[in-house]
Design a protein around this ligand. Structure first.
Ligand code: 13P
Ligand code: SF4
Length: 316
């Protein structure tokens, strides 16, 4: 039996990356082994911007499938690989194009759609936003509108409603949520983490429920939380109220900080489906490629670009 060593395996990955002229973009929740070899690690907004600016022939998006779709929307003529198409996002499945069409008719308001949604749904949106841009986008729209529709995360909708009280935020559907944040970044786990680490600042993602957010020191996207550490005290102590993978990213950037996940149970099983083995296989075979029907892709891309433009992030 010929046994390949892990070093040989990683060397093969390097050769493939160079031969394919590929760029590897990974989300902050991805396993450490991939974070360590990725060209870029970031939140959904940063991944979209990096994908738009990529100069490679091949983009490998190591995240859940809506993130790979966004990379393809912004790079229609390039090969975009998503090494594990089964890695979906249950939050994205809470909204359909039909639900948005009927909400628009009923409420006569612009739709701010969270990027955690599928391309066919994005095609029905006015603006696509991420956790890092949603609040700024809603504040801008509130200068022109009294009401917006926000979909599909009800907690993010509620957070915007709290921050921009003069704007009516209609959540579509009423119950859309991320199971990881809804059930494991709950008030109980946040309280418990505070008791275990009384000197730590507690940072929470806006997908967490209101009672958990209200006892946090800061609310922001995954990369905004990491930047908060850098700005506040890179040697301080922090509890991260989000998926546990972010703690690795934060510790890598700030090795002198003490960083704890709110609970080690806060695992997004879909993010963990992306493995090094699948990444190598994908670069070897150039499969699976992300494909989006052109009529959907055009409208969805425009909604993503309008969302980026609204917050001054549209790539040149
Ligand atoms: P970020 O854009 O903050 O990284 O969030 C993505 C996500 O899926 C949160 O669960
Ligand atoms: Fe989706 Fe939640 Fe996983 Fe983020 S953590 S990708 S919102 S299921």
């Amino acid at each position: 039996m010929i046994v390949e060593t892990t070093k040989e395996f990683l060397d093969k990955l390097e050769q493939l990356r160079r031969r394919r002229r590929a760029v590897i973009l990974a989300h902050n929740y991805i396993i450490p082994e991939i974070q360590d070899i990725a060209d870029f690690v970031g939140d959904s907004l940063e991944l979209a911007i990096k994908a738009a600016e990529a100069e490679a022939d091949v983009i490998v998006l190591v995240g859940v499938n809506f993130m790979a779709e966004v990379a393809k929307l912004l790079n229609p003529d390039r090969i975009v690989l998503h090494p594990e198409p089964q890695a979906g996002c249950p939050l994205a499945s809470f909204v359909t194009p039909r639900m948005l069409r009927s909400a628009k008719q009923e409420y006569r308001a612009p739709v701010l759609l969270y990027v955690n949604s599928y391309a066919a749904t994005k095609a029905e949106a006015d603006y696509v936003v991420t956790s890092a841009s949603a609040l700024q986008a809603a504040k801008k729209l509130s200068r022109e509108y009294d009401r917006i529709i926000f979909s599909p995360d009800r907690n993010l909708a509620d957070w915007i409603q709290e921050q921009v009280p003069h704007l009516e935020v209609v959540p579509i559907p009423r119950h859309g949520h991320c199971p990881v944040h809804e059930f494991l970044v709950s008030k109980y786990y946040v309280m418990r983490a505070r008791e275990e680490h009384p000197n730590a600042k507690v940072l929470v993602h806006p997908e967490a429920p209101r009672d958990a957010r209200r006892i946090a020191d800061y609310v922001g996207s995954t990369s905004q939380m990491v930047r908060y550490i850098g700005k506040t005290d890179p040697r301080g102590e922090y509890v991260l109220g989000t998926e546990e993978g972010l703690a690795y990213r934060a510790k890598k950037l700030y090795p002198e900080a003490k960083v704890y996940p709110v609970t080690p149970r806060a695992v997004c099983i879909n993010m963990k489906k992306l493995t090094l083995d699948k990444l190598v296989w994908s670069l070897e075979t150039l499969k699976p490629q992300v494909r989006i029907p052109s009529e959907i892709a055009k409208k969805a891309r425009e909604a993503v670009e309008r969302g980026l433009e609204l917050v001054g992030k549209k790539p040149k």
